[in-house]
Design a protein around this ligand. Structure first.
Ligand code: NAD
Length: 508
């Protein structure tokens, strides 16, 4: 077989959302493609669908008519798996069910040549376990594409414990032929991208469950302050809770209950209630004619001046500028005056603990999240006893320059700090556990999840020691081991080096 010639024969089992996308990019890349589905009509539908997609690419001038015609000519429907006899690689994309997939793999072993690679597009099942049920586990690997395949360039190439390195090399080359960016990943619960993705959606769900904020407010903060293209709850509505929650449970079980992957109770309950997302027209939002109905954001309170004292610290100068620019009075005393609203900007700590520790009057203390430089959207947080008056005054003052402000209840790490720090923690543990290289962790997360930065890049941009401080504060306040700092970040923060710093081999 010529691994990089583009003349390979690729079999695809399962012609659903993923199988048809995989078949399309394989055919476009020059492979001969044999598509099989247990339902013959699904195969026919998929071939027609792919033809339509290729026609659209021609209309949009992304492809020539000749190339589209040639790609269509390389696609054929299989009657049964015996048609895979000449395949170099078969990619399985049937429904996410271990027993079903094991049966498909057994049939593929019987139908294919001994040197044919058997790959699975599973999102969350163990490649090692799938392979273990095969006579030849060395030729089994994960080949994990993202939805919609033609638009998502990443493919994770996953080595099970007994996968031959040559199999991974051949799949990496095939991924390139298919126009993808392949990333080498060791078999691990949720592989690379779906591990890191848990940080975004689980921490967001947990903080709503704790009464810190609302779905719409969390989404707005993550989009407008932290720069994510989609808020976690809009994303969950798109992927659907009956896909995301069971995948989380699978990852949690496979990881022997790693606390960072502990499923969120609220997510499970909402799934059981049928609030799945866009597909049921009701999830974290209601959908009318496919359009998300966002609750209207209340207007900021009227600005009536006031006096603000800003606690000294790294972010005090920026906050003082905002106070002065608003026209409010800046209390420049060493200690807050009796009538001043007290502005603090903690990292990792909740407002209540911060006020208590600094011996500040908690009834007048309002915390402002400093992590993203007070830009885009500002988050203000109450202690458990902050007066409505102090919150209103801080909200109005901070909204004076037109920047939206979101008030939340007390939480160690506000909203954005908490969620981004969890993404950093999980990304760092992926690097620590040698699931992928630090560069690949960042590359895969940006391509597979569309985050503005990879997890280690986030740590470098925000400051590795600041991220460690946030996680330490969160862990101290919550007592939950899911917030703990792992050795990867702790060591890089201690030396003040980049979060992407990788050790050289111990034996030189
Ligand atoms: P899907 O339900 O759209 O398609 C599954 C197809 O498999 C169906 O057409 C079904 O008829 C067929 N099928 C079932 N049993 C079969 C059998 N024994 N032999 C042949 N065909 C059979 O599912 P999907 O969303 O395309 O997901 C497929 C796989 O890809 C799953 O493992 C899933 O976890 C993974 N995946 C899905 C996504 C996603 O966003 N949908 C992303 C990445 C990976």
């Amino acid at each position: 077989m010529a691994a990089d010639s583009g003349t390979q024969t690729v079999g695809v089992v399962g012609a659903g959302a993923m199988g048809r996308g995989i078949a399309q990019v394989a055919a476009t890349g020059g492979c001969r493609v044999i598509l099989y589905d247990a339902r013959a009509e699904a195969t026919a539908d998929a071939i027609e669908f792919i033809g339509g997609m290729l026609d659209r690419a021609v209309q949009k001038e992304r492809m020539t008519a000749d190339d589209a015609g040639a790609a269509k000519g390389r696609l054929e429907a299989a009657k049964d798996m015996a048609d895979f006899a000449g395949a170099d690689v078969v990619i399985e994309a049937v429904s996410e069910d271990m027993e079903l997939k094991s049966n498909v793999f057994a049939a593929l072993e019987a139908a294919t040549r001994p040197d044919c690679i058997l790959a699975s597009n599973t999102s969350s099942l163990s490649i090692t376990r799938l392979a273990a049920a095969c006579d030849r586990p060395d030729r089994v690997a994960g080949f994990h594409f993202f939805n919609p395949v033609p638009l998502m360039p990443l493919v994770e190439v996953i080595a099970g414990i007994r996968t031959e390195p040559e199999v991974i090399d051949r799949l990496v080359e095939l991924g390139k032929v298919m126009g993808r960016t392949p990333v080498r990943v060791a078999d691990a619960p949720g592989f690379l991208v779906n591990q890191v993705g848990r940080g975004y959606t689980l921490e967001a769900t947990n903080l709503v469950d704790e009464g810190v904020s609302t779905f719409a407010d969390v989404d707005a903060i993550m989009r407008e302050a932290a720069g994510f293209r989609m808020g976690p709850f809009e994303l969950l509505d798109l992927t659907a809770l009956d896909v995301t929650h069971p995948a989380t449970v699978e990852i949690y079980e496979q990881s022997y209950h790693e606390p960072r992957f502990r499923p969120a109770m609220l997510m499970g309950q909402r799934m059981q209630a049928g609030l799945l997302g866009r597909k049921t027209k009701q999830g974290h939002y209601v959908y009318e004619d496919g359009k998300q109905q966002r609750p209207e954001e209340p207007a900021a309170p009227e600005f009536e001046g006031g006096t603000f004292w800003v606690e000294p610290g790294d972010d005090a100068a920026s906050l003082k500028e905002i106070v002065t620019a608003s026209g409010a009075r800046l209390d420049s005393g060493d200690k807050p005056g009796a009538d001043s609203v007290i502005l603090v900007s903690p990292l990792g700590l909740d407002a209540t603990s911060h006020a208590a520790r600094a011996a500040l009057d908690a009834t007048r203390t309002v915390a402002v999240d400093p992590l993203f430089g007070f830009k885009g959207r500002r988050t203000i947080m109450k202690t458990i006893v902050t007066s409505d008056e102090a919150m209103r005054a801080a909200h109005a003052m901070l909204a004076c320059d037109g920047t939206p402000v979101t008030p939340i209840q007390d939480s160690p790490g506000f909203v954005a700090q908490r969620i981004v720090a969890m993404i950093c923690a999980i990304g760092a543990s992926v690097a620590q556990n040698r699931i992928a290289t630090p560069d690949d962790v960042d590359r895969a997360v940006k391509l597979g999840l569309n985050y503005p930065n990879g997890p280690l890049e986030f740590a470098d941009t925000l400051g590795v020691s600041r991220v460690v401080r946030i996680l330490d504060g969160m862990a101290e306040c919550s007592g939950d081991p899911r917030h703990r700092v792992g050795p990867w970040l702790r060591r890089r923060a201690a030396l003040g080096v980049s979060a992407t710093t990788q050790e050289t081999p111990a034996r030189g």
